[in-house]
Design a protein around this ligand. Structure first.
Ligand SMILES: [Zn+2]
Length: 340
């Protein structure tokens, strides 16, 4: 099928690699519906290797209810190629570093698209500390990054006026470290568990008048950075609201970048944040009970209404119901034990 097959380059996106292989063999990449399998056969590299080192699947499923504790090699996308064929990257744009391109052209004789430059909210190259360029995601299968000047719409990921605040922000530095770690994650963290850890940490550090979500740490960050993180929640208040809901409910929607942002806000040390969240990996279903839902349940047992208790602690009814079922199950176990 292919006579000339170059090797993939370090951290190269699968679609970037696919573009180079198809181009080399004078075949349009759009012909394939199974890019992963085609490249596996052409390169003789294992699917596992290609997935771990050249796709964003680890990042996409960093926090997951469905694939919790499952190896990345069990992801259904390996069969459907949905994310890969749709050209999805987490940031939904194609980004590159101008200095990496210069080095790659000198060293490899060509330029290519890196996975670590496609992470939402990581708008700089962590090797060169410069703003990335952003272009249409279709460029990933149309050209090398060094050839994007001919396409309109190229722009800096960090506007000139926001660079000082961006590069001086410790929160963004922590967020970058966490995002790059999530990229290489091979098993996911369970959504329920991570939310319970967040809630406990949030309560621990939000003492007295101090509340991390009403502090100005997020408000003072560049507007464009917030936009890159969440396209739908553009305002500061809307973003805060969605973060608080994420902390208080195990049923929040799955978006890796928002979980990473909360970790960067609640812990000064990214390693500590990861260790705290991953140490809960072995929690089983029976031991689960969201901390916020437990607090709401305690209020109800003291006489509060379910609606007011859930509203006070920011808990969804289905999370409350889960905590109640858990409580009743343990109470019945105790009753049976005492009767026997
Ligand atoms: Zn660079």
């Amino acid at each position: 099928m292919f006579t000339n097959v170059p090797a993939p380059l370090p951290d190269e996106c699968l679609r970037s690699y696919g573009y180079r292989v198809f181009e080399e063999n004078k075949r349009p990449i759009k012909m394939t519906r199974n890019l992963l399998q085609d490249l596996h056969r052409a390169s003789r590299l294992s699917i596992d290797h290609l997935v771990r080192h050249h796709t964003h699947l680890g990042y996409f499923r960093f926090v997951s209810e469905k694939y919790f504790d499952q190896e990345i090699s069990r992801h259904p996308d390996l069969h459907t190629n949905r994310m890969i064929n749709a050209g999805l990257t987490p940031s939904r744009t194609a980004n590159y570093c101008p200095k990496c391109i210069e080095e790659d052209c000198d060293f490899h004789g060509l330029s290519y698209w890196r996975r670590s430059h496609q992470l939402p909210g990581v708008n700089h190259c962590s090797k060169h500390s410069v703003s990335l360029y952003m272009v249409d995601p279709e460029c990933l299968i149309r050209c090398q990054p060094s050839q994007t000047k001919k396409f309109s719409g190229r722009r800096h990921a960090i506007p000139l006026s926001e660079r000082d605040i961006y590069f001086n922000s410790k929160l963004i530095q922590r967020f970058t470290t966490l995002s790059e770690t999530a990229l290489d994650q091979t098993t996911s963290i369970k959504q329920d568990n991570i939310t319970a850890v967040f809630h406990a940490r949030y309560k621990q550090i939000s003492t007295g008048d101090f509340n991390i979500f009403t502090s100005d740490s997020l408000e003072n960050l560049p507007t464009s950075w917030r936009l890159h993180l969440s396209k739908r929640t553009t305002s500061y208040d809307a973003m805060l609201g969605s973060l608080v809901r994420l902390i208080n409910s195990a049923q929040a929607p799955y978006r890796t970048q928002q979980y990473l942002l909360i970790m960067a806000m609640l812990w000064e040390n990214p390693d500590e944040a990861l260790n705290e969240c991953i140490s809960k990996l072995n929690c089983n279903e029976d031991s689960y009970c969201s901390s916020a839902a437990k607090d709401a349940l305690e209020d109800v047992l003291r006489g509060a209404s379910i609606t007011s208790a859930c509203r006070k602690h920011g808990v969804l009814i289905k999370d409350f119901d889960r905590a109640l079922q858990n409580f009743l199950r343990h109470r019945n176990d105790l009753t049976n034990m005492m009767a026997s």
